[in-house]
Design a protein around this ligand. Sequence first.
Ligand code: ZN
Ligand code: MN
Length: 487
Amino acid sequence: MANIDYKVIVGLEIHVHLRTRTKMFCGCELSFGDTANSHVCPVCIGMPGSLPVMNKTAVEYAVLVGMALNCEISKFTKWDRKSYYYPDLPKNYQISQYDLPISRNGYIEIPLEDGAIKKIRIRRAHLEEDAGKNLHTGSISRIDLNRAGTPLLEIVTEPDMNSPAEVRALAIELQRIVRFLGVSEADMQKGHMRFEPNINLHITKAGKIFKTPITEIKNLNSFRSVERSVAYEVQRQLDEFIDTGKTMEMGNKRTFGWDDQRQATYLQREKEEAHDYRYFPDPDLVPVVFDDAMLAKIRGRMCELPLQMQQRFVADYGLSEYDAGVLTADRKTAEYFDSVVKAGADAKRTCNLLTQTGLKIANDKGVAVAELGIETERLAELVKMAQSDEISATAAATIFVEMTQNTEPPRIIAEKMNLLQKSDAGELEAIVEQVIAENPQAVEEIKTGGKKIGKSQAFLTGQVMQKTKGRANPKVVTQILTKLLTR
Ligand code: ZN
Ligand code: MN
């Protein structure tokens, strides 16, 4: 059994909170961390006789995500009641979409570790409402319904992922997409994204394929737990198959939880079937009907997606995958960078300034690089000054820092801070002459072509830099030195 041949099969269900102002079917504001049950009303606490009203923005956001995921958008959708009894859902049903999801049959492209792109098919994406939260302290359980009724987009992929790393890559890519679209903060700490992988193995033994029973892991809320729990389940299923030989045909689908402390999954329950939920159309809500004009209007809000932007930065601007990935982690930063380069700045220099100097200040201030207060035109000016050797790369970083609190043009700042490089050959030549006169030994070394020629040249250049307080253009100094020492 040492060399068992198997393939990992994973599909993913993702719940994303949409960033609307109010809840899905009532006017209560979305909140986080507020006093328990301070954002509730008869609708979201399920009082008899209260009537839901659909949030139009949530539906538009859901359509936009569907479009970004290359889905077919349904022109007619409706709302269904999914029955279940839990204290955090006082209506005893969740409003969801059963047989007519807002979008279906799409795909998402994810970047793999080796730089390749993989397409993962999207089965469907539908809108529903979130439940409240149970809070357990000691023997007391309490319920906070502030979250009940928050718009949730449930996205279901086909089982196209074949490793824990691919599942993680999809989770990260989806977070980038919904953030770029501005439809979700997708803050993992706040539970804005929750993942539920479905996992099994196709094991090849004696020329036959055995499929292990599918397990679903519930409610994962970090990229790390997604990746680790899938890896754990792969090993657990493999061990179970070796022990019992159990296959899909013999066992039900089971639901597992993830214990972060133990870094292990644990059995929760045997999976419900759809008929357990007794879905039926919600009689309180009218169906949603789109016409072409409405869909075109929503499509008008589409932006360039993060992966496309990343690929463009690599192809057109010559950035590394890594640099392009860092810049496109955040839409504002990506667009800011793009505008600076389009204003004529060198891409690599701009990237270095933003990812080295800029991100550090931005992180300290808790803002995006684009929000540091430097206009794109001004930053382009700064980069161009470095390109033309008016200032050194170090000086550019110094001026960048100053520009976050000083709106003057970079050239003025450079003058005031004495950072402009001396490139005037006439002025520099006098200084180089002086250095040559003062250091006959080094000059002799160079003229006779001794072993220390490189060192001596660097020494003389260093002397010139010292006399000019670091402001001499090193290229010009080298030219003059060569000229004067070979005459
Ligand atoms: Zn409400
Ligand atoms: Mn759901």
